[in-house]
Ligand binder design. Sequence first.
Ligand code: DC
Length: 228
Amino acid sequence: MDRKITIAIDGFSSTGKSTIAKQLAKKLNYVYVDTGAMYRAVTLCAIQQGYISPTHFDEAGLISHLPNVTLKFVYNTEIAHSEVYLNGVNVEGEIRSMEVSNLVSKVAALPQVREKLVEQQRSMGLEKGIVMDGRDIGTVVFPDAELKLFMNAGAAARAERRTAELIEQGREVTYEEVLQNIEERDYQDTHRKDSPLQKAVDAIEVDNTTLTLEELFDKIMALVNSVK
Ligand code: DC
């Protein structure tokens, strides 16, 4: 059977979710949605408006500002994937900064933020033919997804990969600060009250500590073909 399905990819930070999701979307001609980019864009907005900093968080202020926050994805043909826009401005570069990475888990813990973003995510998936990655896609956003993956890898391997990626983008980061950020986000994302990161009971766990990207992709394509 060849039908359009929904693929939900969840897992810890920097486990290769987005790399795999992008490759799958390209191969299957599906839409790819990076939900982490949405939480990051709301965080960037909160920083810009002065609602959050490393020393304070005006939760009520951010919540009342949410109706003024518009997010959309625009496909960039040059890089062959979509970029996130915050109130009409492309923020794809800015949302990857360490400043945003260090604050995003606090913003993502707010139920009002989650409610707004989950609604938008569900509407993007109405037609199926979608690969979405995040932390709650298989558990909350698309509990009926035909294929759910839960990606994992050791923290050190993840920090190494992420540091190399950020340095390649020209950012000044150290392995130690990236590792610390990954460990803190793992803790906050798994311990928040609303939609904590957890493996859906019917998700297939994929450990990406030692696999090459090619091996991982082949393994996941076999899973996709088994449910399509
Ligand atoms: O995927 P990422 O590392 O870019 O995500 C950034 C943060 O956003 C992550 O630490 C937790 C939050 N997030 C979330 O709570 N739910 C999602 N579906 C996606 C991301």
